[in-house]
Design a binder for this molecule. Structure first.
Ligand SMILES: NC(=O)c1ccc[n+]([C@@H]2O[C@H](COP(=O)([O-])OP(=O)(O)OC[C@H]3O[C@@H](n4cnc5c(N)ncnc54)[C@H](O)[C@@H]3O)[C@@H](O)[C@H]2O)c1
Length: 382
């Protein structure tokens, strides 16, 4: 019987549910050297917390997240709260000697992210993780393996966009539209994911942002609870261009105002030997085009990344072609986090605070570029 680690989760809404599902499922599907135990959940809404905790399988619950730091049984704390709380909660848990798994973006601002990176560096006995879960869609993990073997040769272009439509003017005010809670809008929420994916897949860093545009189209929203109007002070959309260290050009676009696109996270990579393309809404599929194909018969090939013998993570789930979904990306990440905590190799590298800080630097460079209307070398963003 593998050893266990008592885990605690802060947050009981969207990510609270996605992460709870991962803690509940992971040991049932993965053969792990260390098993997470659902020790305690903390959140604000006391009335909803007990039924949520019971339904999701948490042994205990509390409205006092700070008490997790004093609980000697807790090994890892999972921070799944709005962005402005990531810093305070993570620092408190690192100080108490816990491992910390934090949601993305790492923080609301670069300064906060830097403090978190530095605290993680100092807390030598603690591991840190950031929930960049799309790295762990099997099709993305397969693309990572192919790119590591230089299957596309020299990389010329990365084209990434994350388009959603839930932020139209009729959407009520919420923490995601307030700078003091979210840091930024679509940028930190969605560009954070695709910048991480691009850095992860190319396995190199972005060295310059050449230009960017940030727009807030919907300037006022109504609080559903009070009917009062409030000003939106974050972006609805941010687009920017960048370059990777190896010379590849990159374009990024994040918006919550793209009607018809529900959760359209797409990345395409073009190189001297071919191209790869992936979209979250068909997350089991990796599209490949190879220049070596016979002229007149070449085109895009659809790879169903569900074959356990050949595709990362797939052997933990179902026979080939029996697809997996959004929630499995979190379960796959938790399996890798448990491997890291047991000093075993994860299937795919997991972002820690230092890694997520590099993504945050790119996000900051894009904001500076949009504000100053100039190119921003990453060497200027420390
Ligand atoms: N990895 C992904 O794909 C993904 C998807 C969605 C959100 N996120 C990230 O997850 C985080 C949470 O987002 P969400 O969509 O779950 O938000 P949410 O609004 O659905 O839930 C936030 C939770 O935090 C709790 N909370 C707020 N303030 C608190 C406090 N002071 N003390 C204790 N609990 C508190 C709330 O009660 C709620 O349960 C954000 O950082 C977001 O960017 C990541």
């Amino acid at each position: 019987m593998a050893k266990g680690m008592k885990c605690a989760l802060i947050g009981q809404a969207f990510m609270g549910k996605a992460h709870s599902n991962a803690y509940r499922q992971v040991s049932r599907f993965f053969d792990l050297p260390l098993q997470p135990e659902m020790h305690k959940i903390a959140a604000r809404d006391g009335a909803a917390l007990e039924p949520f905790a019971k339904a999701q399988g948490w042994a205990g619950w509390t409205t006092d997240w700070r008490s997790l730091a004093d609980d000697p049984e807790v090994g890892m704390v999972d921070v799944s709260t709005p962005n402005h709380l990531h810093r305070e909660m993570s620092l408190a848990m690192l100080k108490a000697g816990k491992h910390v798994a934090c949601e993305k973006p790492l923080a609301s601002t670069l300064e906060e992210a830097r403090e978190m990176r530095d605290a993680a560096r100092k807390a030598k006995a603690s591991k840190t993780f950031v929930w960049f879960n799309y790295r762990r869609a099997p099709a993305i993990a397969l693309a990572w393996q192919m790119l590591r073997k230089k299957r596309l040769g020299q990389i010329y272009h990365v084209r990434a966009s994350y388009l959603q439509s839930w932020g139209m003017a009729s959407t009520p005010m919420g923490w995601r539209f307030k700078k003091k809670h979210a840091g930024s809008g679509a940028h930190g929420d969605l560009n954070a994911h695709i910048v991480d994916l691009a850095r992860f897949l190319l396995q190199e860093e972005i060295v310059e942002v050449h230009g960017a545009v940030a727009r807030t189209f919907v300037k006022q929203r109504t609080w559903a609870e009070t009917g009062k109007q409030a000003r939106c002070d974050v972006d609805d959309a941010v687009l920017f261009l960048g370059s990777f260290a190896g010379g590849a050009t990159a374009s990024f676009e994040a918006t919550r105002l793209a009607p018809g696109h529900l959760n359209d996270n797409t990345i395409e990579i073009n190189g001297e030997l071919g191209s790869l393309r992936w979209n979250l809404e068909n997350l089991n599929e990796l599209w490949l085009h190879e220049e070596s194909e016979r002229p007149g018969e070449s085109g895009w090939r659809r790879i169903s990344a569900t074959d356990g013998a050949n595709h990362p993570y797939a052997d933990a789930w179902w026979p080939g072609g029996h697809i997996i979904g959004y929630e499995h990306t979190f379960t796959n990440q938790l399996a890798d986090m448990m491997r890291v905590l047991a000093r075993k190799k994860p299937i795919m590298p997991v972002a820690d605070f230092a890694d997520a800080y590099e993504t945050q630097r790119v996000l900051e460079a894009a904001l500076v570029s949009a504000r100053e209307r100039c190119a921003v070398p990453l060497s200027e963003i420390r």
